[in-house]
Design a protein around this ligand. Structure first.
Ligand code: SF4
Ligand code: SF4
Length: 278
């Protein structure tokens, strides 16, 4: 089973939930898909090794063959090509590597070359852990997430730590998972972004439930919203000084507060029940 841990906004405790849930389970693989800020290993402290570079293919123009007809730039959805009277400019940072321009060129003037966008790292131990690390200044996170998801080990329970928000990288990370846990907080900001995340899960036809983190901190609007919409609240993590202190030291709180192991285990069993009812 693949469970995505997502949140409409950053800073809600998504990685905290992903790591604590992972450490509560047996035979588990954790994949940190939050490739711009892959923070899970701040808690896990595993020895990582690079397993591969991840690249996309960008066009190279043969100016000898090119007639500057403009077909390639007309078709490019990402404005990555500009055809001038005597030259074709390639804006490599905008290129998504879709290959359309190469297929469309009537003169065979386009070949491709690799552009590295990031790396994948791995650690084996009590858990199998993988993470993607996007190059600094790089905007193209979706292909890296796509590549990471190819590493899903279906023989294990797979936890995906998804980037925050509801944009393309999140869609890539959530698509095709069995269940999505939406981590939120009981504030107006948390509720606003939870609404967006709920809509996204519905759009992608992914079953979902909610974890309310820092419960007791704000108001009850988030809880009321879930109750009104029939959205299951699978866990509430209180606004608690000890949990906050452990977080600030990079310690997964189930390690020092073992009663939470069972609670996270119960979350997993609830998700399993939803899966078997499908
Ligand atoms: S489609 Fe081919 S020939 Fe036309 S401008 Fe682009 S590279 Fe040049
Ligand atoms: S590969 Fe796709 S995104 Fe990149 S320049 Fe060509 S058409 Fe545009």
């Amino acid at each position: 089973m693949i469970i995505a841990i997502a949140s409409g906004k950053g800073g809600t405790g998504k990685t905290t939930v992903a790591v604590n849930l992972t450490l509560s389970l047996d035979n588990v693989q954790l994949i940190d898909c939050d490739v711009e800020e892959p923070n899970s290993n701040l808690f896990l402290k595993l020895e990582l090794e690079k397993v591969e570079d991840v690249s996309i293919q960008i066009p190279v123009i043969d100016e000898e063959r090119c007639t500057h007809c403009g077909k390639c730039s007309e078709l490019c959805q990402y404005n990555a090509l500009a055809v001038l009277p005597d030259k074709v400019m390639v804006f490599k940072e905008l290129c998504h590597g879709c290959g359309l321009c190469q297929m469309a060129c009537p003169r065979g003037a386009i070949t491709e070359k690799d552009r590295t966008i990031g790396i994948i790292e791995k650690a084996e131990g009590e858990i199998e852990f993988l993470r993607g690390v996007l190059n600094i200044g790089e905007a193209m996170s979706t292909p890296l997430i796509k590549r990471l998801k190819k590493k899903v080990n279906r023989e294990k329970t797979v936890i995906l730590d998804v980037p925050p928000g509801t944009a393309c990288p999140v869609i890539e990370a959530i698509s095709g998972v069995d269940y999505c846990l939406l981590v939120t907080e009981p504030t107006p900001f948390g509720l606003h972004d939870l609404r967006l995340a709920v809509e996204l899960c519905k759009e992608l036809n992914v079953k979902f439930g909610v974890v309310i983190n820092r419960d007791g901190m704000g108001n009850r609007d988030t809880e009321n919203f879930c109750n009104e919409k029939g959205i299951p609240i699978l866990l509430k993590i209180p606004y608690d000084r000890k949990i906050a202190e452990l977080y600030s030291k990079g310690i997964p709180f189930i390690k020092e507060m073992p009663e939470w192991r069972k609670r996270f285990g119960n979350v997993f069993r609830k998700i399993e029940r939803v899966e078997t009812e499908k």
